[in-house]
Write a protein that binds this ligand. Structure first.
Ligand SMILES: [Zn+2]
Length: 160
């Protein structure tokens, strides 16, 4: 007999696990990005002159006009907070010990935005348009991962 699901939260469930493993390669453009991040602490992007648009991370081709691109632009290390959200529950719905703040940042020199953690935003509420700076892992701890970036920290205000 078929049941019509009217309320997804009331469906009958069969508990179990479904193991899935995958390996994702960064590709040529991603490898340039991750290597520069690990070896120089540099954040690279790709500029399409035709579209007047700078991607970050690097791209092998322009997603708008399909022009071939290279990893020739260095971005940041500061940028502008474009959006953010604060998470109070984990991916499985479990409450987190500490809320997690994620921010979309347009690094200086980039048009695209980069998503990463916002580190210890403190007691002052974050604001859209706020200046932030990339915080990197110590050079000897970098592995060539996006997590070589620890996150964004609110930039110190100019003192003059
Ligand atoms: Zn383009």
């Amino acid at each position: 007999m078929r049941e019509k699901v009217a309320r997804p939260d009331e469906v009958r469930r069969w508990p179990g696990d479904f193991p899935v493993a995958h390996r994702y390669t960064p590709g040529l453009a991603g490898d340039a990005f991750l290597t520069a991040l690990r070896d120089r602490g540099a954040i690279l992007g790709s500029r399409c002159e035709r579209c007047a648009y700078t991607y970050v991370p690097t791209r092998l081709f322009c997603e708008r006009c399909f022009a071939e691109l290279d990893a020739g632009v260095e971005l940041g290390p500061e940028g502008t907070l474009v959006s953010f959200t604060i998470g109070f529950v984990g991916l499985e719905g479990e409450p987190l010990d500490r809320p997690v703040t994620l921010g979309l940042v347009r690094l200086d020199g980039a048009d695209a935005v980069l998503l990463h953690h916002v580190l210890d935003p403190g007691d002052e509420p974050l604001e859209i348009g706020e200046r932030v700076a990339v915080v990197l892992r110590a050079p000897e701890e970098r592995t060539g991962s996006i997590l070589d970036i620890l996150g964004f920290a609110v930039a110190e205000a100019e003192s003059d």
